[in-house]
Design a protein around this ligand. Structure first.
Ligand code: FAD
Length: 322
């Protein structure tokens, strides 16, 4: 088995940026991705529009041209796929990394298909694989989903959307516009302040005109096959319901990080330890890149501000070689 300079786990935008930079600097590398190219983006809602303008999503200043200032998911898939194919990046798809172990000074990486040895490893696995759960009775019913894809499915159905951030608000508006009867269940007293600035007035107007029903300061208490029980400031309320979209965020795979020996902060943020100048963790030659760096603060890092990790990490690897 050949020993590579660098093994990159995760083929999202940031894993791809790391591979591109490694290739440019002459490092031997592989990107291991458990799904298709940019798997997380592939699984975003079909009609999703980024909050960033396209130039902010560019890798290595390769122009990202989109129809509107803020690109759609389909345009982002085109862009990142073209980066992989036109640069002939060494990317292995549908190859899930199941175990990483440091043996002496080398990493041994086991996947669903093969094993690899690497001098350096980058973890760029994002946070989209593990949804936050409501932890209430009925959450495992088939009518409950923690991901939202397309509004057509919900036409003429009574749906409850749990959450107040971009994913929940986009889903509520789209489904309402395709004829669903939407109830929004929001834990706080208002629609999230981070909701895209051009979407927030839209949802507030729909709520105020009564097109979308909202329960503020409310939580779901129980999900039943044909109804839901909501905990409101006025007590428990039961309403009829066909589907629940629990869009209350996602979290990184902390178990994976801990198994590797990466320390996490003791508080609720679970921030992984890394040097902000190099992105190297408390384990030598093991780096973090992309949104995974934020722990539970999943809004802290995004493509726009984490694409720089690629150059920082490769610079650190090259510096150590001197
Ligand atoms: C709805 C939504 C809208 C967003 N809009 C924006 C925006 O407008 N602008 C912006 O900058 N950011 C935005 N973000 C955040 C942005 O999508 C993420 O910042 C971006 O995907 C992060 O890239 P990443 O490479 O760090 O992680 P990801 O894109 O999540 O990539 C991680 C990859 O690792 C793979 N993986 C995970 N575990 C393994 C394993 N064990 N083995 C192999 N592969 C594995 C996954 O399949 C995935 O492809 C948005 C996020 C969401 C959810």
């Amino acid at each position: 088995m050949k020993t590579l300079d660098l093994v990159i786990i995760g083929g999202g935008p940031i894993g791809i940026a790391c591979g591109l930079e490694a290739q440019k600097k002459g490092l031997s590398y592989v990107i291991l991705e458990k799904g298709p190219i940019v798997n997380s983006l592939y699984n975003y809602p079909t009609n999703m529009q980024f909050f960033s303008s396209s130039e902010k999503l560019e890798i290595d200043e390769i122009p990202f041209i989109s129809n509107e200032a803020k690109p759609k998911r389909s345009e982002a898939l085109e862009y990142y796929r073209r980066i992989v194919t036109s640069n002939k990046l060494n990317m292995h798809l549908f190859e899930n990394v199941t175990h990483v172990e440091k043996v002496n000074s080398l990493f041994e990486i086991t996947t669903s298909k093969d094993t690899y040895k690497g001098i350096n490893v980058i973890i760029a696995t994002g946070f989209y694989d593990i949804p936050n759960k409501l932890n209430i009775p009925g959450e495992n019913l088939a009518k409950v989903s923690h991901y939202y894809n397309d509004p057509h499915f919900y036409a003429q159905q009574k749906i409850a959307v749990v959450g107040a951030s971009n994913s929940a608000i986009d889903a509520a508006l789209e489904c309402y516009r395709k004829g669903a009867e939407v109830s929004l269940i929001i834990r706080g007293s208002e629609v999230g302040q981070r909701v895209k600035y051009w979407v927030r007035p839209d949802i507030i107007n729909r709520i105020e005109e009564g097109s979308i029903k909202v329960f503020y300061n409310a939580t779901l208490n129980e999900i039943k096959p044909q109804e839901i029980i909501i905990n409101t400031p006025d007590g428990l309320t039961t309403i009829k319901n066909d589907f629940v979209l629990a869009l209350i965020g996602y979290k990184p795979n902390f178990k994976f990080l801990e198994q590797l020996g990466i320390t996490l902060s003791d508080d609720d943020k679970k921030l992984p330890t890394y040097d902000p100048n190099t992105m190297e963790t408390n384990i030598a030659n093991l780096y973090l890149a992309g949104v995974i760096c934020g722990g539970m603060e999943t809004h802290k890092w995004f493509i726009e501000n984490s694409r720089i990790h690629a150059k920082m990490i490769v610079a650190s690897i090259l510096e150590k070689r001197k």
